[in-house]
Design a protein around this ligand. Structure first.
Ligand code: AMP
Ligand code: ZN
Length: 465
């Protein structure tokens, strides 16, 4: 497996510490709201990576955290507490918010055929681990207590800027949302390991510590959980590109301070999904979630297919038009696969040849669009029995996870039907209110999606074109 490593800025052969056992850690969601489809693009990439490593023969253990405490609206230590913000928005407790959105996130994962990591740890369940790590960092002079908070001193880290390629000058302008300067820090980029001096008087989640009642910083959570599960070495750590700085940079600094040597060799990051305005957001405009796509008649796997058609390191712009293209292509592809007859013998030579091609594409830094092209090549190959085609596609789908051999056309059609009928209702109401502009808009939007409305004396029916 060759992977682009953010640490070295090169595509490299992936070599785990311990034979073919892979210890993989992926940053989990902050559970204060639904995941948007941008977040889920990162989890789809990580899913392909995990399944791809298993496909190539590695024995992968993957752990992920659930951030339910300590993450402020700026990824540095400023802004509002995200969990408190969610609780206030919905008039619930932070515990209720965390439980609800954790479940919603796991449901999104399942509907996108993302394998739920075998180890999931809540940040708030591991306070003792963070306290132990922080105490050792204080004792070894990597961390200091100032005005009630415990900070990590970045001047003690070996090569603090290696992962991000930034420097201290960039940071002066680079740290997002940093409007308040924290006078308690020795260096502006020092970060909080433990807050006691909280500006959130009503902070609900808080614990006793040697430095006073408080709560952990966001970054220590991933270092702590990774150490608890995997010990001193981690093979591969992933997230979205926004995690590179400061989150992963700070994880490296504190984990290496704690274990006393290099900690993780491979860092892989997925590029963002943006909307046409430039940034996917949970607060502005239409909040793009998997359930919104379903309400609009798409299957979650249409979105998975849309993502797999581009490389995980390329930024991707979401539009409904391009999702339509993906949906239509996936439907046609499935139709073709489902029309295969399972006749003939398995041609092992051809099977191995195509499997090798697929593995090579996978091992070339997860070339998912080429992996999909190989599915089309298999279908087109007239020298191959249907049986061989089916077995190859079954094998490829272990990684692609597009349910290529499952006939769910009825299920998909059911959700599409529901969406169209609700749009027809909406259009009828608009007409009743003499809002003909809205009524026409609804008709035109459906037409763009390949659904033609037909008005008659009996009412409105539709045709898929
Ligand atoms: P959060 O819940 O904000 O901690 O983010 C969860 C994951 O989604 C992290 O790995 C982020 O790097 C990733 N992420 C955030 N925004 C996007 C985006 N627009 N596109 C892709 N991944 C994203
Ligand atoms: Zn993390």
């Amino acid at each position: 497996m060759k992977l682009y490593n953010t640490l070295t800025k090169k595509v490299e052969e992936f070599i785990p510490h311990d034979g073919n056992c892979v210890k993989m850690y992926t940053c989990g969601p902050t559970v204060y709201h639904y995941a948007h489809i941008g977040n889920l693009r990162t989890y789809i990439f990580e899913d392909v990576l995990e399944k791809g490593l298993s496909y190539l023969g590695y024995d992968v253990t993957r752990a992920m955290n659930i951030t339910d405490v300590g993450h402020l609206t700026s990824d540095a230590d400023t802004g509002e507490d995200k969990m408190a913000k969610g609780a206030k928005r919905e008039g619930k407790t932070v515990y209720e918010i965390a439980d609800f959105y954790t479940e919603a996130f796991l449901n999104d994962m399942r509907s996108l055929n993302i394998k739920v990591p075998s180890i999931i740890e809540k940040a708030s369940d591991n306070i003792d681990v963070y306290i132990k790590m922080i105490q050792k960092m204080i004792d070894s002079d990597y961390a200091y207590l100032s005005n009630g908070n415990v900070y990590f001193d970045i001047s003690k880290a070996k090569d603090y800027y290696q992962l991000s390629g930034k420097n201290a000058e960039d940071l002066k302008i680079g740290v997002r949302d940093t409007v308040e300067e924290d006078k308690s820090k020795r260096n502006p980029a020092d970060f909080v390991l433990w807050f006691t001096l909280s500006k959130f008087e009503n902070q609900v989640m808080k614990w006793d510590s040697p430095w006073g009642v408080g709560y952990p910083g966001w970054h220590i959570e991933c270092s702590g959980i990774s150490y608890k599960i995997f010990g001193e070495y981690l093979d591969i750590h992933c997230g979205g590109v926004d995690n590179i700085f400061p989150h992963h940079t700070n994880e490296i600094a504190q984990s290496e301070a704690y274990v006393g040597h290099k900690w993780c060799n491979y860092w892989c990051h997925g590029a963002h999904l943006n909307d046409e305005s430039g940034k996917m957001s949970k607060s502005n405009g239409e909040f793009l979630t998997v359930s919104l796509l379903e309400q609009k008649g798409y299957s979650p796997l249409d979105y998975r297919f849309f993502c797999l058609n581009s490389h995980y390191r390329n930024p991707l712009v979401f539009t409904y038009d391009s999702l339509d293209v993906a949906r239509n292509a996936l439907r046609k592809l499935k139709k073709k696969v489902l029309s295969l007859s399972n006749d003939g013998d398995l041609d092992e030579l051809l099977f191995d040849q195509y499997k090798k091609k697929f593995s090579d594409a996978l091992g070339s830094d997860l070339n998912t669009s080429l992996m999909i092209t190989i599915v089309y090549d298999v279908l087109k190959d007239s020298s191959m029995s249907d049986k061989t085609k089916i077995e190859l596609i079954r094998d490829f789908d272990l990684v692609l996870s597009l349910n290529l051999l499952k006939d769910d056309s009825n299920m998909v059609d059911e959700s599409l039907k529901k969406m169209i009928l609700s749009k027809i209702d909406e259009r009828n109401t608009a007409k009743k209110n003499k809002d003909y502009q809205l009524a026409d808009q609804i008709r035109d939007d459906l037409l763009k999606q390949g659904i033609k409305l037909i008005d008659s004396r009996e009412g409105t029916s539709y045709e898929i074109i």
